[in-house]
Design a protein around this ligand. Structure first.
Ligand SMILES: Nc1nc2c(c(=O)[nH]1)N[C@H]1C(S)=C(S)[C@@H](COP(=O)(O)O)O[C@H]1N2
Ligand SMILES: [Mo]
Length: 203
C-alpha cells in the first residue's frame, strides 16, 4: 500500500502489546483452522480471498475508551465454522496472532453473529500490519481486545483459554460497558450504552 491508511489518517490507535511485527506480506500468509473440527484447514491468501466476502458496518471499541467505525470487509466467522465442520462440544473460537504471543477466545454464539469477521479490509483498503493485516478478528460485540490482529490460527475449543489480556486481569466475557469514549471518526467524546456500539455518529 502507498500512503497512509484511512484508519491511520483518522488517528486510530495502534495496539501491539506483544511488540509490532513489522511489515507482513499477504502473499505468504496462511491461516490455520484447527482444534475441534472435522476438516482442519490451512488456507493460503488466495484461498482466503476465494471465500464468500462480506462487508459490514461495525465499530471496534476499546476498553481504553475509544471507538472507530466503518465498513469492514472480510469473511464471516460463521463461514469458517461451516467450512471446518465443527465437532460436537466445540464452544469457543480462540484466535492466535502472528508469533503466537497474543491470543484471545470468544464463545461460538458470538463468533456466529453476522458482524463477527475475519476482516482484511477497512473502507475498501487492505489492512496493513499496524491495524492487523493481512487478516484480523473483528468482533464488534465485545471490547476490542477480543479482535486479535494478524491472525494465523483460529482454534475451536471446548473451553475458553484466557488470552494475553485476560491473564492480565481483563474480563474473559469482555462485555462493552456504558460510559464515555472517544469517537475516533469525529474526534469527539460520546456516551455509549452497554453492549455493541452500533450507532454511526455523524457529528
Ligand atoms: N495481536 C494483537 N492483537 C490485538 C491487540 C494487540 O496488542 N496485539 N490489541 C487489542 C486491543 S486491546 C484493541 S482495542 C484492538 C485495537 O486495534 P487497532 O490496533 O487496530 O486499533 O486490537 C486488539 N488486538
Ligand atoms: Mo483495547
Amino acid at each position: 500500500m502507498t500512503g497512509q491508511s484511512l484508519l491511520k489518517k483518522m488517528g486510530t490507535p495502534v495496539f501491539w502489546a506483544e511488540g509490532h511485527p513489522g511489515p507482513l506480506r499477504r502473499e505468504d500468509w496462511t491461516l490455520d483452522i484447527a482444534g475441534m473440527v472435522r476438516r482442519p484447514l490451512t488456507l493460503t491468501w488466495e484461498e482466503i480471498l476465494k471465500l464468500p466476502k462480506t462487508v459490514e458496518y461495525a465499530r471496534l471499541t476499546s476498553v481504553t475508551r475509544w471507538s472507530v467505525g466503518g465498513r469492514w470487509g472480510g469473511v464471516r466467522l460463521a463461514e469458517i465454522c461451516e467450512l471446518a465442520a465443527l465437532r460436537p462440544g466445540a464452544a469457543f473460537a480462540r484466535f492466535h496472532s502472528y508469533r503466537g504471543i497474543y491470543t484471545t477466545s470468544i464463545p461460538l454464539e458470538i463468533a456466529r453473529k453476522e458482524r463477527s469477521l475475519l476482516a482484511y479490509e477497512f473502507e475498501g483498503e487492505p489492512l496493513d500490519a499496524d491495524y492487523g493485516g493481512p487478516i484480523r478478528a473483528l468482533i464488534p460485540y465485545l471490547w476490542g481486545y477480543k479482535s486479535a490482529k494478524s491472525v494465523v490460527m483460529v482454534e475451536f475449543l471446548r473451553e475458553s483459554v484466557p488470552g494475553y489480556w485476560e491473564v492480565r486481569g481483563y474480563s474473559d466475557t469482555a462485555e462493552i460497558e456504558a460510559g464515555e469514549v472517544l469517537d475516533v471518526n469525529t474526534g469527539k467524546r460520546r456516551l455509549i450504552p452497554a453492549g455493541e456500539v452500533v450507532k454511526f455518529w455523524k457529528s
